[in-house]
Design a protein around this ligand. Structure first.
Ligand code: PLP
Length: 231
């Protein structure tokens, strides 16, 4: 059985409390940080809870699963794609998602820009950077980030909101800390060089959210701490 709505609310409160605690310690304003519930593998009720609570958006990993769930949860909820996207699904993703966080190649930027043009919309994206040099992760290499951003800024139907990364799985918290600090440095370098704000730093999940907040995250992608384990 899936969790009750009351349980979801308690978990949101507890997460916001943890985020506030880190913000107090490191001197950040909690208002800069958005909690993005990740509903992948969970039933449509998960997204319905998010909507009922008044949170703005959910994250989904797969295009098809997101499309099916979205059809079951009408309303003003925004849907963000956080999982790897192949160019041949760019059109589908651009149609059904409000933002794509996993953009990591010029090929994908080209396909999304073309799709957004046909749909008559400006599509928000984040550039996914493999800031932890993890061979198991998607994302552009840090050295390729300036070229990728320059290419993205030349696509008229895309709007680059910022950067996303996933820390390598490691028992050592220093690994996530280094990864997130690296993403922030990359962002600061790109902002200075290209004169664009790149406001969003999408980094931090259930296992490393405190570290991510301390390193400047603006968008925490949280699944298990809200909805329980995925099997
Ligand atoms: C599943 C997923 C998350 C959420 O992970 P939890 O550890 O359950 O919080 C965050 N980001 C991405 C890209 C994911 O695929």
């Amino acid at each position: 059985m899936f969790i009750e709505y009351a349980t979801f609310c308690e978990r949101v409160d507890s997460l916001l409390h943890r985020i506030d605690g880190v913000c107090r310690t490191v001197g950040r304003d909690p208002a800069e940080i958005t909690l993005l519930p990740v509903t992948k593998t969970h039933p449509a009720a998960a997204a319905e809870y998010v909507l009922r609570h008044g949170l703005a958006a959910v994250g989904e990993n797969r295009v098809q699963e997101g499309i099916e769930k979205r059809a079951l949860v009408p309303g003003p909820l925004r849907w963000e794609l956080i999982g790897h996207l192949q160019s041949n699904k760019a059109r589908l993703a651009a149609t059904h998602f409000d933002r794509i966080q996993s953009v990591d190649s010029e090929k994908l930027l080209t396909a999304l820009d073309r799709a957004a043009a046909e749909l008559g919309k400006k599509l928000p994206v984040l550039l996914q950077i493999n800031a932890g040099h993890d061979p198991a992760k998607f994302g552009a290499e840090p050295a390729a980030a300036p070229g990728l951003l320059e290419f993205a800024l030349g696509r008229p139907h895309l709007q680059v909101d910022g950067l996303m990364t996933i820390a390598p799985l490691s028992p050592d918290p220093a690994v996530a800390q280094r990864t997130f600090a690296h993403l922030r440095l990359i962002r600061d370098g790109l902002t200075a060089r290209f004169g664009v704000p790149l406001r969003e730093l999408s980094m931090g999940m259930t296992g490393d959210l405190e570290t991510a907040v301390a390193e400047g995250s603006t968008l925490l992608r949280i699944g298990s701490a809200l909805f329980g384990p995925r099997d």
